[in-house]
Design a protein around this ligand. Structure first.
Ligand code: SF4
Length: 217
């Protein structure tokens, strides 16, 4: 039997309708602030990151503001975020590299971004799309889970998920689709208890069709 074609357009249209105002939830005013906020967001909620950055960005919003500090001192500033010791080391090393190799500015290419300590493809894609307007799909835990449940991807790693999403989703929608999917993961398609019976995507969703009955049944 032929595999069911993934209804990409109806899925994207529904998400666009559900989350018309979806955008990056990390507060920032510059590429550098977004880079630091995204580095802090690993295993930490955006809300908590925003509390921490509201405290530190008024005095620390350039690489040269961080490099005079030791990683231990930076750790004290960001202690409320998980994994703060390794994040502090990476922030220190990244700021050093930004000053040494990039004139203190955040580079706008994937290759240069992933060369920064503690910066992987997900962080680089967040920065590229939100700070520089480069179409990109950052695959975080929500995007990985939701897109594989929906059938937009069928992959066991974030990298493969990103590749597959880029093939299925029109390039001009990459950045926005990333936000729509994150919002859906936060609001309805929960990791442990997805609310399939009330999900407007259920009829289009590989996982939802298999496992859930609509609310009216
Ligand atoms: S139907 Fe269920 S699994 Fe599919 S997107 Fe909706 S909540 Fe997630």
């Amino acid at each position: 039997m032929a595999a069911r074609k993934v209804p990409v357009k109806p899925i994207l249209d529904t998400l666009a309708h559900m989350y018309p105002d979806a955008k990056c939830a990390l507060n920032h005013t510059t590429p550098f602030e977004l880079l630091i906020a995204t580095m802090l967001s690993a295993q930490c909620t955006d809300a908590r990151v925003n509390i921490v950055t509201a405290r530190i960005f008024p005095t620390h919003n350039r690489p040269e503001h961080f490099t005079p500090h030791t990683p231990e001192e930076i750790g004290e500033m960001i202690r409320d975020c998980g994994l703060w010791q390794s994040k502090a080391k990476n922030i220190h090393a990244t700021c050093r590299l930004l000053l040494d190799k990039h004139g203190g500015e955040v580079p706008a290419t994937m290759e240069e971004l992933v060369a920064l300590p503690g910066v992987g493809r997900k962080t680089a894609n967040v920065v590229l799309s939100n700070a520089f307007g480069v179409p990109a799909i950052a695959v975080d835990t929500h995007v990985f889970r939701v897109s594989n449940r929906l059938g937009l991807a069928d992959a066991d790693t974030p990298e493969k998920t990103e590749e597959q999403l880029m093939k299925k989703i029109p390039r001009e929608l990459w950045s926005q689709a990333h936000h729509w999917i994150i919002h859906h993961g936060r609001q309805i398609c929960d990791a442990r208890k997805p609310k399939c019976s009330e999900c407007p995507l259920r009829e289009h969703c590989k996982f939802g069709r298999k496992t859930c009955k609509p609310a009216s049944q």
